[in-house]
Design a protein around this ligand. Structure first.
Ligand code: 89Y
Length: 344
């Protein structure tokens, strides 16, 4: 194993300005090349972060550079092409969430990497947020007994389309963009879903996709988990991009609310703990809890690449999250609940 793993980044848009400095927080990796279709953007990113090589075709980059892995941060529609290209070059690959625009494509990406014997990971970072990790610790401590119901909320009216204009053009928006995170957090906290039912709304007529989704799941742990997400919610507590979680159990409840406060209530009273994220100088203050989680997610995947540990968000694991996303669309379209026979 070389001292430092050499890697390349494909895609120099909005997210690369945080994904790259998050990598630079970690020992044992070296970013040797960046690709972007518009070369100027790649040159700007390379200059900002001290990256030696710049390419405007991904194939040329993969054919030329000696890489230990590649990190794909392009828009969802290009993920399949780039993941399969990396598999063809036998280069371990990390792909940004959401994995793919539909389930069949996601399946074919997982299979292509399996067939090529190439390690495949999804950069799914919400489960790596400090407040979510702390919340899981509280649940696992047993203090609230056996959970039976939960509500996971990601609702705001934050103008996401200003920073990420391509989101306004997605025919399927909030379930793919945010549902990928929130349904993954549901799995992380409560296990696999055995069934789900979903309703959606399109409130903002200026965007193509749905901007509200409400998903009710029964989990194999027995928890009834309600995952709600919205960009049309004008609320007193506007806290984008924080996720709030309320879980009720046989001996109490635990609420992750605004500003990372976790309130644990039992018959004895309420105790408060905090799950504050680390603040990085390169993070956008509007996204700090999310940007901090990029470091933790990268660290977990890096350990797997260095064969020092296992990654949580492998392609195979994240496929189960993708199943929930697309089953939610099926449910919303048909008005029917969907039962899963293949999960877990
Ligand atoms: O793209 C999304 C994500 O991953 O977290 C929030 C976001 O930036 C906008 O919905």
């Amino acid at each position: 194993m070389p001292e430092k793993l050499k890697f390349a980044v494909l895609g120099c848009g909005f997210w690369s300005h945080f994904q790259i400095p998050a990598w630079q927080e970690l020992e044992g990796v070296e970013l040797v090349a960046v690709y972007n279709r518009t070369r100027k953007k790649a040159e700007e990113v390379a200059a900002k972060f001290g990256v030696p090589q710049v390419y405007s075709t991904a194939e040329e980059l993969l054919a030329t550079e000696k890489l230990d892995f590649v990190d794909i941060i392009t828009d969802v529609d290009t993920h399949e092409t780039f993941v399969k290209l990396a598999a063809q070059y036998r280069i371990p690959v990390i792909c940004q969430k959401p994995m793919a625009p539909n389930l069949e494509t996601a399946r074919s990406m997982v299979e292509a990497c399996q067939k090529a014997g190439v390690p495949y990971f999804i950069h799914e970072n919400f489960r790596w947020q400090a407040p979510i990790r702390k919340y899981k610790e509280v649940l696992e401590s047993g203090v609230i007994g056996t959970p039976f119901k939960a509500r996971i909320s990601f609702c705001s009216s934050f103008p996401v389309f200003k920073n990420q204009p391509f989101l306004a053009d997605l025919e399927e928006f909030i379930l793919t963009d945010v549902g990928s995170h929130i349904l993954d957090v549901s799995r992380f906290l409560f296990g696999e879903a055995t069934s789900l039912y979903c309703k959606t709304h399109s409130i903002d007529k200026g965007i193509k996709g749905e901007d509200v989704a409400n998903v009710l799941m029964e989990m194999d742990s027995g928890v009834h988990c309600y995952a709600e997400m919205s960009y049309a919610s004008i609320l007193e507590q506007e806290r984008f991009p924080q996720t709030f979680v309320l879980t009720e159990g046989s001996d109490g409840s635990v609420y992750l609310g605004p500003d990372f406060e976790i309130r644990i209530t039992t018959r004895k009273g309420t105790e408060v703990v905090y799950g504050e994220p680390k603040l990085y100088s390169w993070a956008d203050p509007n996204y700090d809890v999310v940007h901090a989680s990029i470091v933790a997610c990268n660290r977990n995947i890096l350990q797997a690449l260095q064969q020092k540990g296992t990654a949580e968000t492998t392609g195979e694991d994240n496929f189960k999250t993708a199943e929930l996303v697309f089953a939610s669309y099926d449910s919303a379209r048909t008005g029917k609940a969907i039962a899963f026979t293949s999960i877990p």
